[in-house]
Write a protein that binds this ligand. Structure first.
Ligand code: PLP
Length: 438
């Protein structure tokens, strides 16, 4: 059943590198999803990327839809980004002192984004979120935060928390090593559920510092929320003097310069970004209203800092990438290309009555092995359906198409994917789906 109609790709060199890596790193990797535990075979070690193409250590070539998990909206090794990085590097790589490059990237962001008046750069999305949470607590003088089942916000302790039993519950830690006391400050609610939200505020009104939500949840499938729900969430936060934090580490600068906040037409109090603003280098950022950001040290009492924060090389990559994105028509063209791609995949699957739905917003997409055309909560994803993703993933690799090694992860179309690349990918996906559903 589901046997491949193509020979498996050779992974001899990747497998050898993986054996060695296992002697150095837990699980042989520096971030768990890379270990290919949810798909067939050993991880591919990537040796090169250019445009939408990547090559592995065995010289297999793939059209890449992972894009380093989102940052590479221009594709790999974009000449403008590379040239800017190389030119800045000629002058040294880190000073731990202010540089003009930080101003330049901040100006590009603040001038083109009405949701942030003041910002601070960090080195990762996790740090951005961690700092935004601390700021929200400092600003409100309250301790509890609300997060949603199915949203990922990086690996900060208070957010590695999953729902306990019951509608409104204190979370249970989803990782060892987190004191229950931390999880007790985090309430975990189902997405898109207004009653649960109202109940949480009714129970903990004066204690809730902030509600954090992924702009459009995209770490556990693509869970597009109802606009009315997000608007109600905004109102409830305002009524209760809790801050609304939009975690736009994926959606920021992906859906447009103003991300999911503009998509829903709501004004969050704080926003976190990462990925795209660093052009493939380690950058994160949080920002919001000047009044709230004024609480950050040294202006205010909420401590936050970093040796490599605002690193000049990373700033250079961000400046070059955002400059490309700010060109007229960039998002319109990219999003249209992605939508057409997704529509034709859905047409194919529907014509064959496959239990397969393509979810898409902007240039983000996700495949669900389901008949439900409107999955909005984590509970609606059937874990058993991931077996189908495993087969799809293997078949796609064998046909030169690279997707993230987990069926819960979204894919990304970049501006480097040409019509020809997307046609090729479509044919490979059609053939692979025929095998998945054989
Ligand atoms: N927030 C969201 C929405 C993310 O998707 C991620 C990472 O994927 C993070 C935060 C954490 O960012 P980083 O991996 O850069 O620490």
């Amino acid at each position: 059943v589901n046997s491949s109609s193509k020979p498996d790709i050779s992974r001899a060199k990747s497998a050898e590198l993986y054996e060695k890596a296992k002697t150095y790193f837990p699980g042989g990797v520096n971030s768990p999803v890379r270990a290919f535990k949810s798909v067939y075979g050993t991880p591919l070690f990537i040796s090169k990327g250019d445009g939408c193409t990547i090559w592995d250590a065995d010289d297999n070539q793939f059209i890449d839809f992972c894009g380093s998990w989102g940052p590479l909206i221009l594709g790999h090794n974009h000449p403008k980004v590379r040239e800017k990085v190389v030119s800045v590097m000629q002058n040294g790589m880190s000073f731990g002192a202010p540089t003009a490059l930080e101003n330049e990237l901040a100006e590009l962001i603040i001038k083109n984004n009405s949701f942030v008046e003041k910002i601070r750069f960090t080195s990762s999305g996790t740090e951005a979120v961690m700092s935004a949470i601390r700021l929200a607590r400092g600003f409100t003088g309250r301790n509890k935060i609300i997060k949603f089942e199915g949203c990922y916000h990086g690996h900060t302790d208070s957010l590695l928390v999953k729902a306990g039993s019951g509608l409104v519950t204190f979370g249970e830690t989803s990782s060892a090593g987190i004191p229950p006391a931390f999880a007790n400050e985090t309430l975990v609610l189902p997405l898109n559920d207004l009653n649960a939200l109202k109940e949480a505020f009714a129970s903990f009104k004066e204690d809730i510092a902030a509600v954090i939500i992924e702009g459009i949840p995209a770490n556990n499938g693509l869970l597009i929320q109802d606009k009315e729900y997000i608007h109600a969430l905004r109102e409830i936060c305002t009524e209760n003097k809790a801050l609304l934090i939009f975690d736009e580490v994926i959606t920021g600068f992906r859906l447009g310069f103003e991300g999911a906040a503009a998509y829903y037409d709501v004004v969050p109090d704080l926003v976190t970004y990462g990925k795209i603003i660093g052009g493939g280098l380690p950058v994160g950022m949080f920002g919001g209203k000047a009044e709230i950001m004024g609480m950050i040290s040294p202006d205010g009492g909420v401590y936050q800092g970093g040796t490599l924060s605002g690193n000049p090389v990373a700033m250079a990559a961000g400046i070059a990438q955002l400059t490309e994105l700010s060109k007229s028509g960039f998002y319109k063209d990219l999003n249209k290309k992605a939508e057409e791609f997704c529509e034709s995949l859905q047409r194919f699957a529907s014509a064959r009555n496959y239990q397969f739905k393509v979810f898409n917003v902007g240039s983000i997409f996700w495949f669900a092995f389901s008949d439900n055309p409107a999955i909005k909560t984590a509970a609606e994803i059937d874990p058993a359906s991931m077996e189908k993703y495993k087969v799809l993933h293997r078949e796609l690799l064998n046909r030169g198409i690279y997707f993230g090694p987990s069926g819960y992860e979204v894919g990304f179309v970049s501006s480097a994917h040409t019509k020809i690349d997307l046609e090729k990918a479509k044919r490979a996906i059609f053939d692979s789906l025929d095998i998945v559903f054989r």
